[in-house]
Design a protein around this ligand. Structure first.
Ligand code: GSH
Length: 202
């Protein structure tokens, strides 16, 4: 059965392209653009939300980057997906944490810095969001003080999901140095061949 992943790497779809590369998936990549292509009828038939990424695996249509990544890891990722219920629950915890504790605040910075004309930018929005990120980043930093990866000694899909969400912070040159354990963990995650390959895709 064929597997198709939709979305361009210069978007949140990079998270799922990274996961596909990490698990060594054989898939067709359709570089669907969020503005130019995602509202075409052909694509809305794949993801009626009109957003990227989306995955088609045989008869199954799946959207939401975190759901796609957990599915890819569980079905095709071997040890990338945890083997015990407790580790699985922690993997869900961190994946949901990434999109609820980090993503909304970082998106405020992204919208201001990348999608708002300079004369209309509100520095107070950026300052508030940057301050707000301090709380989750301190939690992440403390977790990574004891262990190199979120669940212990090995890189897993929880790491890929949270580091994948945080790729957007890189795009707005967010200074992560006040959280040194997070900084070194991100460096380890971002050095993976799978992400290097994902970044090279359209
Ligand atoms: N929660 C979704 C968000 C997907 C999303 O918003 N993608 C953006 C590109 S970064 C998009 O497709 N935007 C098109 C639109 O909002 O119309 C996920 O994680 O997959």
């Amino acid at each position: 059965m064929s597997i198709t992943l939709y979305g361009i790497s210069g978007s949140r779809a990079i998270r799922s392209i990274w996961a596909a590369e990490e698990v060594g998936l054989e898939y067709e990549h359709v570089p669907t653009h969020f503005a130019k292509d995602a509202k075409a009828d052909e694509y809305l038939a794949v993801n009626p939300n009109g957003r990227i990424p989306a995955l088609v695996d045989g008869d199954m249509l799946l959207c939401e980057s975190m759901a796609i990544n957990l599915y890819l890891a569980k079905n095709y990722g071997g040890d990338l997906y945890p083997s015990t219920p407790a580790a699985e629950a922690l993997t869900w915890q961190w994946s949901v944490w990434g999109i609820s504790e980090i993503e909304p605040l970082q998106m405020q910075i992204v919208v201001q810095k990348l999608f708002t004309a300079e004369e209309r930018r509100d520095a107070s929005v950026v300052a508030r969001a940057e301050k707000g990120l301090g709380r989750p980043l301190a939690v992440l930093n403390d977790t990574l003080a004891e262990q190199p990866y979120l669940l212990g000694d090995e890189f897993g899909i929880a790491d890929l999901n949270v580091a994948g969400v945080m790729l957007l912070l890189e795009m707005v040159s967010f200074d992560i140095s006040p959280w040194p354990n997070v900084q070194s963990w991100l460096q380890r995650c971002y050095a993976r061949d799978s992400l290097v390959a994902a970044r090279k895709r359209d």
